[in-house]
Design a protein around this ligand. Structure first.
Ligand SMILES: [Zn+2]
Length: 399
């Protein structure tokens, strides 16, 4: 990651392409380094640039989105997130593959996945299906070369240009995207490409972090530049409805602290009637989120830890993902001694700006720090079970 990541401000809604006159500011955080960044040295970490981070609400479709757009090439140049290394996620994709296999009870199906990562879903789908992944990351490329997953990979961004150059117009029965929609700058453009590539009556499955879960739990630690948009069922239905998709299935799932799984069918109508988002309720909830963020040092867990810290007790964190990066950078007064992460790719590195060292989990048993805050709180149960030798006190601030 270069020292000066550049960004530009969005010029229209990412979801429906409404103009800036329809977008209103709704949340602002203290400047943040990029949450996916891990620095090689403490000096590099301290120098990591912090960028402004704010959200806008589209009054046309109800999509909440990051105003500052950091180029994908900068965000994901060193994308060190392989889904198959996260045990909770593997279980999630096993279950999802089962659902898709039962749902399309047929031996031949043309299935395309946008952002297939290391093939965690594709390799679990029936071998008789034609399975195609599209993903520009090096993780996707390396795993595809190394494995006998039985799927094809195009190492590129999924857009209209790709669909045209691959001659994929009207070619696919099912297209799916899990956890990747949040990372895309221009979603309207990607949805257009999905419509183009699907057969008539073809289906588009999406799994996205649920704005509703974020708002209910005041999960401000989920807000960072890499999460360019936060979807609700209303905003998805609206944006896809504009392009002639109808929602045929939706459910809430526990992945990543609260997500939505929906299926949209391509209809022959180019434009379905619009569903109007309930902006008043949404704005009230966004106001509570901003309040929870502003009063973050008054959060009971943070207050308690501050007191123990003042009394000279040791404090560490567990799970150096984007959430930890946000939480530690936004509560610098807690001054965590170090943070555990199970990924070898992150151990020995430092969180940007706050410069907290990332260590292996053995350190927890060796040092026995007084307090350990689980920043990867959506895996809190697993983490406690995996570390029976730690005798200090576990904490979570969310979930
Ligand atoms: Zn919009």
């Amino acid at each position: 990651m270069g020292p000066n990541p550049s960004f530009r401000l969005i010029g229209r809604c990412r979801g429906c392409h409404a103009g800036m006159d329809l977008l209103v500011p709704c949340f602002e955080m203290d400047p943040m380094p990029l949450a996916g960044q891990f620095c090689s040295t403490a000096e590099e970490a301290i120098e990591a640039e912090r960028l402004p981070l704010s959200w806008m609400l589209c009054q046309s479709c109800g999509l909440v989105q990051v105003t500052q757009d950091v180029d994908e090439a900068i965000l994901f140049r060193r994308y060190n997130y392989a889904s198959s290394t996260v045990s909770g996620l593997v279980d999630h994709f096993k279950a999802y593959a089962g659902l898709l296999t039962r749902n399309y009870d047929q031996s031949h199906l043309r299935f395309l996945e946008i952002g297939c990562n290391d093939g965690v879903l594709l390799r679990r789908l029936p071998a008789t299906w034609l399975r195609q992944g599209v993903d520009p990351s090096d993780v996707a490329c390396r795993s595809h070369q190394a494995s006998q997953g039985g799927y094809e990979l195009v190492s590129d961004l999924f857009d209209v240009q790709l669909v045209e150059s691959m001659r994929w117009q009207g070619q696919w029965d099912v297209i799916s995207g899990s956890n990747c929609l949040a990372h895309i700058s221009d979603l309207h453009q990607v949805f257009t490409a999905v419509r183009l590539a699907l057969k008539e009556g073809g289906e588009f499955w999406v799994e996205v972090h649920d704005l509703e879960a974020l708002l209910c739990g005041s999960q401000w630690d989920t807000i960072y530049h890499e999460h360019k948009a936060e979807w609700s069922l209303d905003s998805l239905t609206h944006c896809l409805g504009l392009l002639g998709f109808e929602c045929v299935f939706h459910e809430s799932i526990p992945m990543h602290g609260g997500a939505l799984r929906c299926c949209f069918r391509k209809t022959s109508q180019p434009r379905l009637s619009r569903t109007e988002p309930d902006l008043q309720t949404l704005q009230a909830k966004l106001k509570s989120l901003a309040e929870a963020y502003r009063a973050r040092y008054e959060h009971p867990v943070v207050c308690d830890l501050m007191k123990r810290r003042a009394a000279g007790q040791s404090l560490v964190a567990y799970g150096a993902a984007g959430r930890a990066n946000v939480f530690l950078n936004q509560t610098p007064e807690l001054a965590f001694d170090w943070i555990v992460d199970e990924s070898m790719l992150r151990q020995g590195r430092y969180l940007p700006h706050i410069a907290t060292p990332i260590v292996a989990k053995d350190r927890l048993n060796l040092d026995q720090p007084d307090h350990c805050l689980i920043t990867a709180w959506n895996y809190a149960r697993d983490i406690r079970l995996k570390n029976p030798g730690y005798l200090g006190q576990w904490w979570t601030a969310f979930g």
